[in-house]
Design a protein around this ligand. Structure first.
Ligand code: MIG
Length: 795
C-alpha cells in the first residue's frame, strides 16, 4: 500500500516520509506521544476529538540506517520500514508495539452446504466480516497481553479475543457480549504488555473495526472503511500516564455542578405535572435524598423539541420554580429529530436557513423518529450548532436545569440514514459515513455551549451517543440496558472501560431500563450506583415502577441507606473530579489502574475503585449473600462496615446480606464527608467531617480537599479554597500528629470546624494546639471537633 521508503525530511516536530505510493507524517507530540498520519482521504488531520493539540517541544533524533528510519525521543525508539511498518520500543529497546508482517489470515467459519440458509431462516445471525477496510494497521500480538478501553462495549474488562465495531448504534435488544457496537464510538484502547502500558487512539470517525486477536491470535488490528490513517501511540509505562496523556489530547471533563453528583430519578414518563409533583413529594416524605427529576419525550407537544404539551404541563415555569424551591432540578430530554411541520418555529427556521442534513440533490433529508417525519440538524456545521445553542435558551428560560440528548446516534425508525446524506462540516462538504459517529458529539457540544451562554453555570448535558472527546461537553449514560442481573454485572466493566476511555462522568440506568426490575435487583443496583459517577435510576414506560419505594420496606430502606451514603461522599467525589482536571483519572476505575504491578487485578470484572481510595465489591448475583473479594497487593484495606484491617494481595470471603455492599477503604487515607442532605445546597456546610483510616506505620498521609461555589465558572478565575490535611504517625505509633492547612483561599465560604472521625485507634489524650480537648467514641471511632488550621496531637 505504501511501498518502499524514498526519503524523509524533518520540519520542526514533524518527520515527512516519502514512500513510493504515499506520503506520511510522523509527528512527535511529546517524548511519549507520537502521531502516525497518512492523508489517504484528505490532506488535513481535521480531528473532531483533539481540538487543541498541544505539542510539547522535546528533543528527538531522526536517522536512516539500511532499510529503516529510526526516531528516538527520551522515552521511545521508533523504527520505520518499507510499507510504513512501524516498530515501537521503550528507551531500553524493549518492544512495546510491533507491526505485524504479512496479510490477515482470518479463521474459517465452517458450515455445510445450505445449512446456514436454514439457520438464518430460524433467526440465527451471522457476524459481518470486515474485509472492506481501506485503512488498516496490523500489530503483532505479544505474549501475555491485555486490552482495555474501547469506550462503551459489552463483555468483560479485558477485550482480548474479541472484535468491536465503532458505529454508533441504537439497538433495543438486550445488550449482550456478542454486540460489537453500541451507542458510543471511542476508537481508543490501552494495551498492557509485561506490566508496561501504552494506548492507541485511532482518530477516524468512519465505521472502524478493532480486532483484538479474534480472527487470528498472532495479531490484532484496527482499521476503518475510509478516512485517513491517523493514530496516536501513547506511551505509559503506567496506565495512569496513558489515561493522563490520552485525556490531555482529547480533553477532560470540566467540573460539573455539585448537584449533578446527587441522586437523580428518571422514568419514561413522569407526566402529567401531577405525577411529577407526586414523585417529588414522595422523596421528601420518605426522607430519601434526591436532586434531579427528568422529563422524557412525553412532556413535549407532539414530540416537537423545545415545546411543552400544555395539557400535561399548563405552566412549566411555575412548576419548575416550585420544584426548585424544594431542591429539585429538572432535566428535559431533547432529541435531534425536528418534526416536519410547517408553522412549527424550529422546523421553519431550520428549513429557511438550510440547517438540516440534505440528500445528494440538496433536498432536506427526512426519516422517521418520535414526531413522525423528522429532519436531522446538520450539527457538524458551526452555524447550525449556534442555532441549536440558541434554542437552549427556550428551555433555560422555563427554568430547566439540564438537557438530556437522546437518539443522537442518530437513530431512525425508517431504516438507517443513507451513506450519502450530506453534512457540511464547518465548510467541508461530507457525508453520513464520516459524520455518523460524531453526530452526537457535535449535538452535545452545541447543547453545552448554549446552556453555558444562557445560564453562565456549568452546563449539565447528558448524551447517549458520543465520540472521543465528548467528555468536554457531556455526561453520558449507557442507553437502554434492561433490568437483568446480567446487565448489572456487565455495567461494571463497561463503566470502567468508559472511564479509561476519557469518559469520567458516566452511569447506567440504575435498576435497568427495559423489563421489570425486582426488589432484590434494585437493592443491589443502588449499591453500585452509589459509587458510580452518574447515579440515576431510570426505567421505561410500561415496565413496573422502579422508584426507591416501588417494592417493599426493606428495598426502600436499602435505597435510602445507599442514597444517603452517596450524599456523605459528595466531597470525596467532587475532590476526585477536581483532581481529574490535572490527572485525567476517572471516578470509576479498574483495580489495575492503581495496582498495575499486581497481575491478579488484570481481569477483575466485578470490583472497582471509586476514586483512588474506595474499593467496591458489590454483590451482582441474585440470591448471593457472600462473595469473594480480591484486595490488591501494595495496600492494606479496611472494611468500611466493621473497620477490620486486611492485608492486600489476597482473596477474602465477605458476608453480604442484602443490605450490605462490601466496601473497603485503603488504609492510610482520609475520606471527607458532608452531612446527609435532602438535596445539595439544602444545608450550608460549615463543618467538614474527615473519616480517617490511619496508616499502620509512620507514612505521612496527605489529602487535598477542594471547595468552591459548586455551580459557576468563578473557579476558573481562581475563586476556590484548598485545604491540606496532613497526618503522621510516629514510628512507635504512640502518637499521631494532624495538621490542617488552608493552602489556598479565595472563595468566601469556608468551614468553621472540622469533625475528625478516626478509626482503629484508642487514644489516651488529644491535644489541639497544645490544649487537651474532649473526644467521644462513636461506633468504634473516636470523634472530636476542631476549628480551622489547628495542630492536633493524639497520644
Ligand atoms: O426509543 O425517550 O435510551 O432513556 O427513556 C426510546 C424515550 C427512546 C431511549 C432512551 C431512553 C428514553 C427513551 N428513548
Amino acid at each position: 500500500m505504501f511501498g518502499k521508503i524514498i526519503g524523509f525530511e524533518q520540519v520542526d516536530n514533524k518527520i515527512h516520509i516519502g514512500f513510493e505510493e504515499q506520503n506520511v507524517i510522523v509527528e512527535i507530540i511529546s517524548a511519549s506521544i507520537i502521531n502516525f498520519f497518512s492523508p489517504l482521504k484528505r490532506e488535513q488531520r481535521l480531528s473532531k476529538a483533539v481540538e487543541d493539540l498541544k505539542v510539547q517541544k522535546c528533543s528527538f533524533s531522526v536517522d536512516s540506517k539500511e532499510d529503516k528510519i529510526i526516531i528516538a525521543t527520551d522515552k521511545l525508539n521508533v523504527n520505520i520500514f518499507d510499507d510504513f511498518k512501524v516498530d515501537i520500543y521503550d528507551d531500553s529497546w524493549n518492544i512495546l508495539c510491533e507491526d505485524y508482517r504479512g496479510d490477515r489470515k482470518p479463521f474459517v467459519r465452517r458450515g455445510v452446504d445450505g445449512g446456514w440458509a436454514v439457520a438464518a431462516e430460524e433467526g440465527h445471525e451471522l457476524k459481518d466480516g470486515d474485509n472492506k477496510l481501506r485503512v488498516q494497521v496490523l500489530k503483532k500480538m505479544e505474549e501475555d497481553m491485555y486490552f482495555y478501553g474501547f469506550g462503551e462495549k459489552t463483555g468483560h474488562l479485558n477485550k482480548k479475543g474479541y472484535h468491536y465495531k465503532m458505529w454508533n448504534t441504537d439497538d433495543p435488544k438486550p445488550h449482550v457480549e456478542s454486540f460489537e457496537a453500541l451507542y458510543k464510538s471511542i476508537p481508543f484502547f490501552i494495551g498492557l504488555k509485561e506490566k508496561q502500558a501504552f494506548g492507541i487512539f485511532f482518530d477516524n470517525t468512519f465505521e472502524s473495526h478493532f480486532d483484538i486477536g479474534k480472527e487470528n491470535s498472532d495479531y490484532y488490528y484496527f482499521g476503518a472503511v475510509d478516512g485517513n490513517l491517523d493514530y496516536y501511540f501513547i506511551y505509559g509505562p503506567s496506565m495512569k500516564e496513558v489515561v493522563n496523556r490520552y485525556t490531555d489530547l482529547t480533553g477532560r471533563t470540566p467540573l460539573p455542578q455539585l448537584w449533578t453528583l446527587g441522586y437523580q430519578q428518571c422514568r419514561w414518563a413522569y407526566v402529567p405535572e401531577q405525577r411529577l409533583m407526586e414523585i417529588a413529594k414522595e422523596f421528601r416524605n420518605r426522607d430519601i435524598p434526591c436532586d434531579a427529576l427528568y422529563l422524557d419525550i412525553d412532556y413535549m407537544d407532539g414530540y416537537r423539541v423545545f415545546t411543552w404539551d400544555k395539557n400535561k404541563f399548563p405552566n412549566p415555569k411555575e412548576m419548575l420554580s416550585e420544584l426548585k424551591q424544594n431542591g429539585f432540578k429538572v432535566v428535559t430530554i431533547i432529541d435531534p429529530g425536528v418534526k416536519k411541520d410547517k408553522g412549527y418555529e424550529i422546523y421553519d427556521k431550520g428549513i429557511k436557513n438550510g440547517y438540516f442534513a440534505a440528500d445528494k440533490d440538496n433536498i432536506p433529508y427526512v426519516n422517521k423518529v418520535w414526531p413522525g417525519d423528522a429532519l436531522y440538524p446538520d450539527f457538524p456545521n458551526e452555524k447550525v450548532r449556534n442555532w441549536w445553542a440558541e434554542n437552549q435558551k427556550i428551555m433555560m428560560d422555563y427554568g430547566v436545569s439540564g438537557i438530556w440528548n437522546d437518539m443522537n446516534e442518530p437513530a431512525s425508525f425508517n431504516g438507517p440514514l443513507p451513506d450519502d446524506v450530506v453534512f457540511n462540516n464547518d465548510g467541508i462538504i461530507t457525508d453520513h459515513r464520516e459524520m455518523h459517529n460524531v453526530f452526537g458529539h457535535y449535538m452535545s457540544k452545541a447543547t453545552y455551549e448554549g446552556i453555558k451562554k444562557y445560564t453562565n453555570k456549568r452546563p449539565f448535558v447528558i448524551t447517549r451517543a458520543c465520540y472521543a472527546g465528548t467528555q468536554k461537553y457531556s455526561t453520558v449514560w449507557t442507553g437502554d440496558n434492561q433490568s437483568l442481573w446480567e446487565h448489572l454485572r456487565m455495567s461494571l466493566p463497561m463503566l470502567m472501560n468508559l472511564g479509561l476511555s476519557g469518559i469520567t462522568f458516566c452511569g447506567t440506568d440504575v435498576g435497568g431500563f427495559g423489563f421489570d426490575c425486582t426488589a432484590e435487583l434494585l437493592s443491589r443496583w443502588v449499591q453500585v450506583g452509589c459509587f458510580t459517577p452518574l447515579f440515576r435510576n431510570h426505567s421505561s414506560i410500561m415496565t413496573r415502577d422502579q422508584e426507591p419505594w416501588a417494592f417493599d420496606k426493606q428495598t426502600e430502606d436499602i435505597n435510602r441507606k445507599y442514597i444517603k451514603l452517596r450524599y456523605k461522599l459528595i466531597p470525596y467525589l467532587y475532590d476526585t473530579l477536581w483532581k481529574q482536571k490535572s490527572s485525567g483519572l476517572p471516578l470509576i476505575r479498574p483495580l489495575m489502574l492503581h495496582y498495575q504491578e499486581d497481575e491478579n487485578t488484570y481481569e477483575i470484572n466485578d470490583e472497582f475503585l471509586c476514586g483512588e481510595n474506595i474499593l467496591v465489591a458489590p454483590v451482582i448475583e441474585q440470591g448471593k449473600t457472600a462473595r469473594m473479594v480480591y484486595l490488591p497487593k501494595g495496600s492494606n484495606w479496611v472494611d468500611y462496615w466493621t473497620k477490620e484491617v486486611f492485608q492486600g494481595g489476597k482473596y477474602i470471603v465477605k458476608e453480604a446480606p442484602l443490605d450490605l455492599c462490601p466496601v473497603y477503604i485503603k488504609q492510610g487515607t482520609i475520606i471527607p464527608n458532608y452531612p446527609v442532605q435532602n438535596y445539595i445546597g439544602e444545608k450550608k456546610i460549615e463543618e467538614l467531617t474527615l473519616d480517617i483510616y490511619p496508616a499502620a506505620d509512620d507514612t505521612e498521609i496527605k489529602y487535598v480537599h477542594y471547595q468552591d461555589d459548586g455551580e459557576s465558572f468563578e473557579y476558573r478565575k481562581g475563586v476556590y479554597n484548598l485545604y491540606e490535611f496532613l497526618i503522621k504517625g510516629s514510628d512507635d505509633l504512640k502518637g499521631i500528629a494532624i495538621r490542617i492547612n488552608k493552602t489556598y483561599r479565595a472563595y468566601r465560604d469556608s468551614y468553621h470546624s472540622f469533625k475528625f472521625k478516626i478509626n482503629n485507634i484508642k487514644p489516651a489524650e488529644i491535644l489541639a494546639d497544645g490544649k487537651a480537648i474532649e473526644f467521644k467514641i462513636v461506633e468504634g471511632a473516636i470523634e472530636f471537633l476542631v476549628e480551622s488550621e489547628t495542630e492536633i496531637y493524639i497520644k
